[in-house]
Ligand binder design. Structure first.
Ligand SMILES: [Zn+2]
Ligand SMILES: [Zn+2]
Length: 270
């Protein structure tokens, strides 16, 4: 037993640094993109008239850092489980080829989207909302820093997906890494408050099966509808997509000559 704990605590610091850095780098990159391209067109794509305050952003960062710690506590447990052979994380292509890597990555994303949709909907139940999900919805006008802005119970629910999936499906290390990058990438894009997806992601277009920033921003603004993470499938099947999604996306990506020279997420005006 003490050997397991030793392995756990020897892996924890590096995993904590990696999980924290993953969040900070992704959110900071998103902030940089918004700042650089603000005047070049992104100002006109800001989704809400309201601006997140400095206090909102501070709360989002602190809660996200706490969630990163929770994720690394779970990641260290995954490390121990892999070392013990309880789950299988492999390296190289001796046991399975690149096709397996790609297919399991796709499967992991689809499974995660399903996990997210249903746990998210459950956390909106009045009996669960306060404990699990209220912290995330304190961000009515979210920013990229809200990507992991969860209460501890919600962070545990979010973290539980990866070990549960790994119990069922052996994964290549690269596939897990790609999953983590896609997950935080889509997450900061969904929360950044500015529609950064091209028109091709709009309803009726060829990438319409993906969610967009408008999609998740409407969830924060309305407090309901649009529970999905990467894909629109579950929302469409379950009738939970925001009735205004199509109109709002098309309006925000429509070409125009708006000049709104306020810096992104700056200014305390509500
Ligand atoms: Zn929600
Ligand atoms: Zn959100």
């Amino acid at each position: 037993m003490s050997d397991l704990l030793k392995t756990y605590f020897s892996a924890l610091p590096a995993l904590w640094v990696a999980d924290t850095a993953r969040y900070l780098v992704a959110a900071a990159l998103m902030a940089a993109v918004l700042a650089v391209f603000w005047r070049a067109g992104l100002a006109a794509r800001k989704l809400q008239a309201r601006h997140a305050t400095a206090r909102d952003i501070r709360r989002e960062i602190l809660a996200s850092l706490r969630s990163s710690l929770v994720f690394s506590l779970v990641a260290a447990a995954i490390f121990v489980a892999a070392q013990q052979g309880w789950i299988k994380i492999y390296w190289g292509f001796k046991q399975a080829g690149p096709l397996y890597l790609v297919l399991t990555l796709v499967l992991m994303l689809v499974a995660h989207d399903t996990w997210f949709y249903w746990t998210h909907r459950a956390m909106h139940h009045p009996r669960l909302f306060a404990v699990f999900h209220r912290v995330h919805h304190l961000s009515r006008t979210p920013t990229q820093w809200a990507a992991y802005s969860f209460s501890v119970p919600e962070a545990i629910v979010q973290a539980a997906f990866v070990p549960l999936f790994l119990v069922l499906v052996p994964m290549h290390e690269i596939a897990i890494l790609l999953f983590l990058i896609i997950q935080i990438g889509r997450n900061v894009m969904g929360h950044c408050g500015v529609e950064i997806h091209p028109t091709a992601f709009g309803p009726g277009r060829w990438l319409a099966w993906n969610t967009t920033t408008t999609h998740h921003d409407l969830h924060h603004e309305a407090g309901r509808y649009n529970y999905g993470l990467y894909f629109r499938w579950w929302d469409k099947m379950m009738g939970t997509e925001h009735p205004d999604y199509r109109r709002k996306f098309e309006a925000i990506v429509a070409p125009r000559t708006a000049v709104v020279p306020l810096a992104p997420q700056r200014g305390a005006s509500r």
